[in-house]
Design a protein around this ligand. Structure first.
Ligand code: FES
Length: 85
């Protein structure tokens, strides 16, 4: 598990090992957009303000990975992420 802080929303949530980051974020923000849920459409891309991301998508370039992630497949490399949400 790891935690995600939604900076603009002002909340922190836990992402269990069997739950996607997207599902955890949508529990707090049900309007968060998504489509493929497999890391290739880019709909769920969001900006990362802090924390190391374990990128598991097949879409983003290295430049894009430097400050964003796809919520449906990617997770935290360590124990915490801060998202611009
Ligand atoms: Fe398509 Fe995440 S929903 S990349």
């Amino acid at each position: 598990p790891f935690t995600v802080t939604l900076e603009r929303t002002g909340t922190t949530l836990t992402v269990p090992a069997d739950t996607t980051t997207l599902a955890a974020v949508r529990a707090a923000l049900p309007d968060t957009p998504y489509s493929c849920e497999q890391g290739f459409c880019g709909t769920c891309r969001h900006r990362v303000l802090a924390g190391e991301v374990d990128h598991r998508d097949t879409l983003l370039t290295d430049d894009e990975r430097a400050d964003s992630m796809l919520l449906c497949v990617s997770r935290a490399k360590e124990d915490h992420l801060v998202l611009d949400l």
